[in-house]
Design a protein around this ligand. Structure first.
Ligand code: HEC
Length: 171
């Protein structure tokens, strides 16, 4: 009887010990799997790091830097200004064909077509007046000439080239 109890106790404690070892092995294994996974950075910790390494004040580039910035702004302004109508062409016939012809070929709204009968009196005012009227717009007896033919993107040089082309091409 006594021997049977001892045998049982021995086997039972061996089994408990074996299970305890298995538990530890599984815990280590689970931890190992966990650490294999990539972890997302903690946004709060990242923000704190950024705040710690931020410079105390902005960089002052000195007068040279300010001049460079002014030059860059000027460049940008020039680039924007060069975005003029019809690719900036100074070809009067091109601009006339794209814009002015809608009125001046048909006589729409009283626009003088390109024949001398319509233009002799106008040309007599002098080319400068014609250019000025085309740039600023002109209300005459015949009708309303809109400033720059209605396209404010046209430059002074483009309007002038077009008026000169019109006057040179009267029939
Ligand atoms: C919406 C129609 C219209 C468009 C577009 C138009 N014109 Fe005119 N234009 C007129 C009318 C109308 C007159 C006549 C005004 C008057 O004398 O009563 C006129 C007159 C003129 C005159 C004569 C001004 C004067 O003093 O007698 C010139 C120069 C002229 N246009 C140039 C142009 C040029 C250059 C363009 C294109 C950039 C253009 N026009 C586009 C309607 C137009």
């Amino acid at each position: 009887m006594r021997n049977h109890d001892l045998t049982f106790l021995k086997h039972f404690s061996q089994m408990i010990a074996g299970l305890a070892v298995l538990t530890v092995v599984l815990i280590i294994f689970a931890n190992w799997i966990y650490w294999q996974q990539p972890t997302d950075p903690n946004p709060a910790a990242e923000a704190a790091t950024d705040a710690r390494i931020a410079p105390l004040s902005g960089v002052y580039a000195g007068d040279t830097g300010a001049a460079a910035m002014a030059a860059a702004a000027e460049e940008a302004r020039k680039a924007a200004a060069s975005q003029v109508a019809y690719g900036g062409t100074l070809d009067g016939s091109e601009i006339y064909g794209q814009l002015c012809s809608t009125c001046h070929n048909t006589g729409a709204g009283g626009a003088p077509t390109l024949d001398r009968a319509h233009w002799d009196a106008r040309v007599a005012q002098g080319i400068d007046t014609l250019i000025k009227h085309a740039e600023e717009g002109f209300q005459g007896d015949a009708g309303l000439m809109p400033a720059r033919g209605g396209n404010p993107a046209l430059s002074d040089e483009q309007v002038e080239a077009t008026v000169r082309w019109m006057v040179d091409n009267l029939k």
